[in-house]
Design a protein around this ligand. Structure first.
Ligand code: SAM
Length: 207
């Protein structure tokens, strides 16, 4: 766990939303992917989750991480005010510069690749089957559904879907998009629900 612990600590130093047991679970699922796995993170912000995923690939010496984000602080209205506060606190560089710098400092530039644009925009040019899909972009019901519809066809049968913010709880209005996915489309028999870890649901695509 030594190498992985290093990336858990680097990730925790970057403003982000995947912490503690959730960070450990994301690393665990990423590490368990087959050789040369294709990992996609929708919604990367400053790269905190990306460092977890890229670090797991680097320790294993296999796999590539693709991070999709407009890098402009946009998203659902509930989230945007949190993004704006962080971006202002880290003024002086663009969000993309923060992301690139964090990935470079973590020594992960060969493992993590940014695709600037929304989930739907980037999916229009995507052409590679995906082993692990981490959905953590627009959290609104419409935004989450659009990202899911654009990317889930690329998830391999047997591949893992990770849905952040999808545990059953009271959500602010318009912020329960991933939870709604677990109640509508990410369900048996299409998916095998593997575990709920913190707020993140892990499900294996069955068909
Ligand atoms: C919650 S943050 C991501 C956190 C990161 N995954 C982590 O583990 O710390 C969500 C990010 O998704 C971005 N985003 C918003 N709408 C998006 C969309 N339609 N497609 C892709 N990313 C989006 C936001 O701008 C923000 O940078």
């Amino acid at each position: 766990m030594d190498g992985l612990q290093n990336y858990l600590e680097l990730s925790a130093d970057i403003p982000g939303w995947t912490r503690g047991v959730e960070a450990q679970a994301l690393v665990r699922f990423c590490s368990a992917q087959p050789d040369d796995a294709v990992i996609v993170e929708i919604g990367a912000f400053f790269g905190s989750g990306s460092v977890l995923l890229g670090g797991a690939c680097k320790v294993k010496n296999s796999g590539q991480v693709h991070c999709v984000d407009p890098f402009d602080g946009s998203g659902d209205p509930v989230s945007v005010r949190h993004y704006e506060a962080i971006i202002m606190a880290y003024a002086g560089k663009t969000q993309r510069e923060r992301f690139d710098g964090n990935i470079r400092r973590a020594g992960l530039s060969e493992w993590v690749h940014a695709h600037q644009g929304t989930a739907v925009e980037v999916a229009e040019h995507w052409n590679t089957p995906v082993d692990l899909l981490f959905l953590d972009g627009d959290q609104s019901p419409d935004g989450a559904r659009l990202a899911y519809e654009a990317w889930s066809p690329w998830l391999k049968v047997g591949g893992i879907l990770a849905l952040h913010n999808s545990d059953p709880r009271d959500y602010e209005m318009g912020h329960d998009g991933h939870y709604q996915l677990t109640q509508t489309v990410v369900v048996e028999p299409h998916y095998e629900i593997l575990e709920l870890n913190g707020t993140t649901t892990y499900a294996r695509k069955r068909r």
